[in-house]
Write a protein that binds this ligand. Structure first.
Ligand code: SAM
Length: 271
């Protein structure tokens, strides 16, 4: 009976954009809003603590804390990522992200470069992870799937979700370049910026990481930097790809680490 009444009222008032919803839903969304507001405040406090200690040069940025709610994951990594991005903001060259998933980190980066003229190049299959290679040994079973093979196709999100996030940040469409498809194929199209100041490589697996590093090596501004995520985490392939790349480049790139609690990524800079 309650459903009939609800449907009838909704059919009358629906045209005016009004709807009857369960009290529970309303309470949940209010609670959600309060939690978001508290989270934004907390993220602001964490940022200020980091600024007063280990990240003294991290500039303040409008809307950053709201965007961070989506990618904070109980880790300080996003603060460190944007700190490295801000360190090279004055360096000429565009920004690339290899592995965007649903665009949480993408929106964060876009917001940081909003006031610059930098373009954003985004590479993702939008079909999730590829087939792992033999070098992709499972170190951390992050989604409790039991074996590395089962991760094929995981993390797939539609491109539209990323574009929607970018539009919320008001990042200009003419400065956005999305290259959909597996990098093993799309690298042949050669769609890359002429010069790169900052790249975030977050492909997780050995082969695509090595391809991304190979694409980037001749396009990096000498003062720019590449961050590669999941070094020694999830799949052994990420670390193997970085270590092989550094060895093959024979001193052309220098590898450094953030503090252990700063994230699971490494920093590669032209020597
Ligand atoms: C860990 S997620 C990226 C997360 C994102 N950077 C963030 O922090 O929100 C890894 C992404 O890499 C993409 N990916 C992995 N291997 C790929 C490949 N060979 N070609 C294209 N995309 C790939 C997956 O589709 C997935 O969306």
């Amino acid at each position: 009976m309650k459903t009939i009444i609800k449907n009838t009222v909704n059919s009358v008032f629906g045209a005016a954009g009004l709807a009857v919803v369960q009290q529970e839903t309303v309470e949940k969304s209010n609670r959600g809003q309060i939690i978001d507001k508290e989270l934004v405040r907390f993220i602001g406090q964490v940022e200020e603590s980091l600024r007063q200690t280990v990240l003294p040069n991290l500039p303040k940025r409008k809307n950053r804390h709201q965007i961070m709610i989506e990618c904070i994951n109980f880790s300080l990594q996003p603060f460190f990522l944007i700190n490295y991005l801000n360190e090279v903001l004055h360096v000429s060259g565009d920004v690339c992200e290899f592995g965007v998933s649903h665009g949480a980190s993408t929106a964060l980066f876009a917001n940081e470069i909003l006031e610059t003229s930098k373009h954003l190049y985004l590479y993702d299959s939008f079909e999730g992870l590829p087939k792992p290679t033999k070098k992709d040994i499972l170190i951390n079973d992050i989604a409790s799937l039991g074996s590395m093979d089962r991760y094929q196709g995981e993390m797939a999100h539609p491109k539209e979700r990323v574009l929607n996030r970018l539009s919320k940040v008001e990042f200009p469409i003419p400065r956005t370049h999305v290259i959909p498809g597996f990098i093993e194929k799309t690298y042949k199209t050669g769609i890359l910026p002429e010069e790169v100041s900052f790249a975030y490589v977050d492909f997780d697996f050995y082969e695509p990481i090595l391809i991304a590093l190979d694409l980037l090596k001749n396009r990096m501004n000498p003062k720019g930097c590449i961050l590669v995520d999941d070094y020694g985490y999830f799949s052994a392939g990420a670390k193997t790809a970085v270590d092989e790349f550094i060895a093959a480049e024979k001193g052309k790139f220098v590898l450094t680490h953030p503090p252990e609690w700063g994230g699971k990524f490494v920093i590669l800079r032209p020597a």
